[in-house]
Design a protein around this ligand. Structure first.
Ligand code: FAD
Length: 471
């Protein structure tokens, strides 16, 4: 049932889920299906978290924010924890392209295709390429926990800056991973993505989230939008309620899909945790944020196929600092051709994304902020014109988003696009051991973030909540 935003909440619940990102929604859906009394609270006026979209010029343009590509595993997750209809709308993006001063290649992002590219274009011996992929697939936490991505690359492809770019650039674009990050997390993400390609959802994010909302209601989940939780109540060391606008909602457990550090320090309060846990939590690093430029193509105009996802860079060499820098030299273009949204016949949109640091935007004056957004838009247009000459004249809507935009809409500390770095996972998974009844699910580490990682983490935590409630 959907609870009107002005109506009070009168029931007591088994679980209150704070936040409707893919982790929160997937957990709520599983718990609802399992027969638990679930309330899903979302501070925004729509479900989805970063899995979101918005309309401009009335309904003329619809822009997807984070629907750029996810691993094939999403099909299985949706089939098992949502429904067959949702799973059957997922399809593969075949043309993933890199354009940079070192190479211009198109790949379907499968392991087979990457192996051929390493052999044919980068002149790597077939056996050696195979050994690299086998090494990635067989990485394990105990043997490889101290190895960095840079060390891994150097051991297989010494001084091959071009190969490092091929292997890491897409992941750096997405979540700001650097050569100093752990190789194990990279190995897991890389093996997932490069095994069977990159996938998307036919119809767009609005259709997906609409179908998820229907399924949640079918499974008995109560949903309240525009409902920002201010506090999680702990009595005698146990989670007992949440507070929204001064109203207490009683519950036997809470699953927070809010930012991990926000959950601990803002919603709960550090006095409820052990000193050791607080110290660990304070050491958790936040991931970087994003900038985006949304471009709407005029009605009746067409654009040529330039690739579904284009990793475009003007930097001579791959350099993570440059990718994260406010001087944008690298961006990813997601091109939404009409077949991605068949219901909106003949419509094209393009979204340019770049990784960004919150600190570079935090203290700008109003005028500086406006100018920086104009710079973002112009940089995106200049780059896109090199891929599609004359495209500027075909665009009738332009808008930019900054790390501050992402923070405003989701409450993520520093507008982080992919939650926390990998050390956040340990803190997130142990939350309920510190405070019985309090669980967290959401982007922590690159394994548990992104569309698939978040949804799967929601399932893992739903199992833990079932165990807690049933014990
Ligand atoms: C620009 C961008 C591009 C991306 N591209 C991709 C991509 O191509 N592929 C991919 O796999 N992933 C991508 N991601 C990452 C992916 O979208 C996220 O990792 C994933 O959606 C996060 O899901 P989540 O469950 O952690 O919750 P989030 O999406 O972070 O949602 C958390 C929700 O909790 C709500 N909330 C927070 N605090 C409260 C409160 N106190 N009370 C009530 N509600 C609250 C927020 O409003 C929000 O709706 C991208 C992210 C960004 C920002």
């Amino acid at each position: 049932m959907k609870i009107d935003r002005k109506s009070p909440i009168t029931k007591e619940y088994d679980v209150v889920v704070i936040g409707s990102g893919l982790a929160g929604m997937t957990a709520a859906n599983k718990l609802g299906k399992d027969g638990k009394q679930v309330l899903l609270l979302e501070s925004h006026f729509k479900l989805g978290g970063y899995a979101t979209w918005f309309h401009r010029k009335g309904q003329k343009h619809v822009f997807d924010v984070s629907l750029h590509g996810f691993p094939v595993g999403m099909i299985k997750t949706c089939k098992k924890y949502w429904n067959k209809d949702i799973a059957s709308s997922i399809f593969q993006l075949k043309n993933i392209r890199y354009v940079n001063p070192q190479f211009d290649i198109t790949t379907d992002f499968t392991k087979e295709n990457f192996t051929s590219i390493l052999i044919d274009k980068f002149k790597i011996d077939a056996d050696h390429a195979q050994k690299f992929f086998t090494r990635l697939e067989n990485m394990n936490f105990y043997d490889d926990k101290d190895l960095t991505i840079g060390e891994l690359f150097e051991s297989f492809f010494p001084e091959r800056e071009d190969i490092k770019r091929l292997l890491l650039e897409p992941i750096t674009y997405a979540n700001g991973s650097t050569l100093e990050d752990p190789a194990i997390a990279y190995g897991i993400v890389f093996s997932n993505f490069f095994n069977k390609g990159v996938y998307t959802f036919e119809g767009g994010t609005d259709i997906l989230i609409g179908k998820m909302e229907e399924e949640l209601i079918k499974n008995g989940v109560d949903i309240k939008l525009s409902a920002k939780v201010d506090k999680i109540i702990i009595d005698d060391g146990k989670t007992t309620a949440v507070v929204i606008n001064g109203e207490h909602v009683k519950t036997a457990s809470v699953l927070s899909n809010s930012n991990l550090l926000g959950t601990i320090f803002d919603l709960t309060g550090e006095k409820h945790f052990s000193e050791e846990f607080v110290k660990k939590a304070k050491d958790v690093r936040i991931n970087t944020s994003s900038c985006q430029v949304y471009m709407g193509i005029k009605d009746g105009e067409t654009i040529p196929e330039i690739g579904d996802l284009v990793f475009y860079s003007e930097a001579d060499l791959f350099n993570t600092d440059k990718i994260l820098s406010k001087e944008v030299t690298s961006q990813t273009f997601s091109v939404y051709y009409p077949h991605i949204r068949p219901a909106r016949k003949g419509k094209y949109t393009i979204v340019a994304s770049s990784n960004a640091r919150y600190e570079d935007w935090e203290n700008l004056t109003k005028e500086e902020y406006k100018q920086r957004k104009e710079y973002l838009i112009e940089t995106a247009l200049l780059a896109l014109e090199k891929l599609i000459p004359g495209v500027r004249d075909k665009i009738d809507y332009l808008e930019a988003a900054s790390p501050k935009t992402f923070k405003r809409y989701t409450g993520h500390w520093k507008g982080s696009s992919f939650g926390t770095k990998f050390e956040g996972l340990d803190v997130s998974m142990n939350l309920h051991k510190e405070l019985p009844g309090l669980f967290h699910a959401g982007s922590v580490g690159i394994i548990m973030s992104g569309w698939l990682g978040a949804a799967n983490y929601g399932v893992i935590q739903a199992h833990a909540i079932n165990e807690y409630l049933d014990s």
